[in-house]
Design a protein around this ligand. Structure first.
Ligand SMILES: [Zn+2]
Length: 88
């Protein structure tokens, strides 16, 4: 079997992604990429007076995520979150 036979495109994980992001995200525990603090997403600091929504780590103030909503789309940047732990 060739390596290319094992590779699928992103459509192969559509169901898994739908299941993952359908859970209550405020109880998910996020790990800050800056300081390593682990906290429920419901305990982060949120600023809504920016052009989008800015979510910061309550321990070190690093930006964890930004959310910008357009008319027909949403831009989600999670680069400040090292890991999300979701419970089913
Ligand atoms: Zn932090």
């Amino acid at each position: 079997m060739k390596q290319s036979d094992l590779k699928l495109d992103g459509n192969a994980i559509a169901g898994v992604l739908g299941e993952i992001f359908a859970v209550e995200m405020t109880v998910a525990e996020g790990t800050c990429a800056g300081c390593g603090n682990v906290a429920p997403m419901g305990a982060v600091d949120v600023y809504v007076n920016a052009p989008g929504i800015v979510v910061r780590c309550s321990a070190c103030t690093q930006v964890l995520m930004t959310i910008v909503r357009g008319r027909d789309r949403t831009w989600l940047d999670l680069s400040g979150v090292r890991r999300l732990e979701l419970r089913s």
